[in-house]
Design a protein around this ligand. Structure first.
Ligand code: PLP
Length: 374
């Protein structure tokens, strides 16, 4: 009997500690973790610098609200903006869905400030943006909407990698196009390079905003600091969360300056957003991940090549999906029995989003287990 709402199909295991890329259950059994808290624990478990930063801050000050100056947010924002393609400003929140809510509001507010009646956003089938009302409505997946209608008005759903389907939806009320450059929850679907060039062109031509949801792909996951960099595009807004705090909840909206100025005092907010504990963690993560990008590319390439003996592999860096014929939930259970944590997404795709500190030997260890199962 559980006191928890039945929102997750939880696996029959509970962990008590973690170290590096391994988790340990109550009986001390070791598991190699290729899920990483669903693309969250970028530095793995028990990273010494993260623990030190968090404990030092915990001994000084936990929370002050956003009524006062927040130097911890300034530190992280500076690092994030330095990595962006142009001058930008950051709004901190607590999760991916909340970051996308902020982005959607910013888009609407930007055009409202200009006196233009543009508020609709084009998003993509199989995309995923979160579970709150705006983010859920932006998510073009029927199973996510079931039972929650009416949705928030103002979203139009196009086919991923099909520019004509985007053009057909464009109208004078369109304010922006929002996408993941690699759809995570939708099955590790990569955008075509040419498709994103056309999206960029279209946004420029129509004077509308390009919003890239980097909640899963951002902060080094794909081998670039931001995944949009692979495609040479220049988004107006990006959203981050998941890996940003390395396991401590934090998210943000980052927008180029002209767009960011649409938010004025009082137009948006979040009580906990970017509190000192979250920000000291994010600072460590951003600094350490910035030095790990080559490693992610190398280990990712090694992993991808070796995985390909089992089927078609998609993705970049350490965000990989292995396409299977069978429903892969069975595979997840068999792997668990053998001490390997993997995740199934879009029913037939095994998703690998391990901590970015994973080494080639860990990849070999995982492949030995997968060979037994697949
Ligand atoms: N956007 C993307 C691309 C995601 O993958 C997710 C979560 O999986 C979200 C948004 C929602 O993030 P959160 O669960 O932190 O609200």
């Amino acid at each position: 009997m559980s006191f928890l709402m039945d929102t997750y199909k939880r696996l029959p295991v509970s962990f008590v500690r973690g170290n590096g890329v391994y988790l340990y259950d109550e009986k001390g059994r070791q598991y190699l973790d290729l899920v990483g808290g669903v693309a969250v624990n970028l530095l793995g478990y028990s990273d010494e610098d993260l623990i030190k930063a968090l404990c030092e801050q915990a001994n000084k000050l936990w929370h002050v609200s956003n009524l006062y100056q927040n130097p911890w947010q300034e530190d992280v924002a500076k690092l994030l903006v330095e990595r962006f393609w142009t001058n930008a400003k950051v709004f901190f929140c607590n999760s991916g869905a909340e970051a996308n809510e902020g982005a959607i509001k910013l888009v609407r507010r930007f055009f409202w400030e200009k006196g233009e009646k543009k508020y609709r956003i084009i998003t993509f089938k199989k995309g995923f943006h979160g579970r709150t009302f705006g983010a859920m409505s932006a998510t073009a997946q029927e199973k996510i909407h079931t039972g929650f209608e009416p949705l928030l008005e103002g979203f139009d759903y196009a086919e991923f990698n099909n520019i004509n389907s985007v053009k057909e939806l464009l109208n004078k009320e369109t304010a922006g196009i929002m996408l993941e450059v690699i759809q995570g929850e939708g099955g590790i679907n990569e955008a075509d390079w040419g498709f994103l060039q056309e999206i960029q062109e279209l946004c420029k031509k129509e004077g509308i905003l390009l919003i890239v949801d980097e909640v899963q792909t951002g902060i080094g996951r794909t081998g670039k600091f931001y995944a949009y960099e692979h495609y040479g595009i220049k988004p107006d807004i990006i959203t981050l969360a998941k890996g940003l705090g390395g396991g401590f909840p934090i998210g943000c909206v980052l927008a180029r300056e002209e767009v960011a100025q649409a938010f004025k005092p009082g137009s948006h907010g979040s009580t906990f957003g970017g509190n000192p504990l979250a920000c000291v963690c994010a600072k460590v993560v951003v600094e350490k991940v910035s030095k790990l990008l080559d490693h992610v590319v190398q280990v990712g390439q090694y992993f991808k090549e070796r995985l390909s003996i089992f089927g078609k592999v998609r993705g970049k860096g350490l965000m990989l999906g292995l396409e299977r014929e069978e429903n892969c939930q069975e595979v997840v259970l068999k792997a668990l029995e053998k001490g390997l944590l993997i995740n199934c997404t879009a029913e037939r795709v095994i998703r690998f989003v391990p901590p970015l500190i994973i080494q080639k030997e860990h990849v070999d260890e995982a492949l030995e287990i997968l060979k037994d199962i697949l």
